[in-house]
Design a protein around this ligand. Structure first.
Ligand SMILES: [Cu+2]
Length: 251
């Protein structure tokens, strides 16, 4: 009896710790909130998925726990004491088939709308950024301003290139590769696209928070893939203009 009580205490404590750490400080469950308008759309969608997952888990594990406890075999119970045995329950089966189908339809519809908004491109972007990936680095160009930033040869300890983007302005990124498939990923933007040779992938980013963001190639592309990093610094318009006027040289 004592052993059982202490087991229950340990489980209750573990559940409390997990729930406290998961929900601590914010309701974002530790997810980055997305530092662009497009990323915020994706963050909102993930929140809905997360809550839907929690609701389903509570229902499923709750029913399992209830069944285990309510219908456990009791002491001095014989096989003859088994409750009513039956096969199939059509209304119940219709309900537990229909609910997941409805959940999938709702999540699919929401995902479709979010993807549409996060991937939509403005016909009149404020800035155009050409990003060309190569083995193993990046060539970032601002064609309208005639400015370019190119990686040093990648190796351990060599910092990747740094580019600036203006806060609250829409930057159209035209992404391609000049050799194999790479991918452009800034984790805080909650958005990632492949850089494919012979093809230009176009997407917009509209930063909503100043900051320094780490970018990487997220498609394994060869021996120096791990060093294919870059930095995106989101600054106000005047700092961006100064940086462009200086030919994108580091301050
Ligand atoms: Cu790579």
């Amino acid at each position: 009896m004592r052993g059982r009580a202490s087991r229950v205490t340990v489980i209750a404590a573990a559940v409390t710790v997990v729930m406290a750490s998961v929900t601590s400080c914010s309701s974002s469950f530790g997810m980055p909130r997305g530092s662009t308008e497009q990323g915020e759309e994706i963050f909102d969608l993930w929140q809905i998925f997360f809550w839907a997952g929690i609701a389903v888990a509570v229902l499923v594990y709750g029913l399992i726990a209830w069944s285990l406890i309510r219908y456990r075999r009791r002491r001095r119970e014989s096989d003859a004491d088994l409750g009513l045995q039956f096969h199939a329950n059509v209304p119940l089966e219709i309900i537990y088939t229909a609910i997941p189908v409805v959940i999938v339809i709702v999540l699919f519809t929401l995902s479709f709308g979010t993807e549409d908004r996060a991937s939509s491109v403005s016909p009149t972007p404020d800035v155009v950024l050409r990003a060309e990936a190569f083995s193993w680095g990046w060539r970032f160009g601002f064609p309208d301003e005639g400015v370019e930033v190119v990686s040093e040869p990648s190796a351990e300890g060599v910092p990747g290139p740094e580019i600036l983007l203006p806060l609250g302005r829409t930057t159209r990124i035209e992404l391609t590769s000049n050799d194999v498939v790479h991918a452009f990923w800034v984790a805080d933007f909650l958005y990632k696209r492949d850089a494919i040779p012979g093809r230009v992938n176009v997407f917009d980013v509209t930063p909503t928070e100043m900051g320094t963001y780490h970018g990487v190639c997220s498609e394994f592309c060869g021996i120096h893939h791990a060093y294919m990093t870059f930095t995106v610094r989101v600054v106000d318009q005047s700092e961006f203009d100064t940086w462009i006027a200086r030919g994108a040289a580091a301050a």
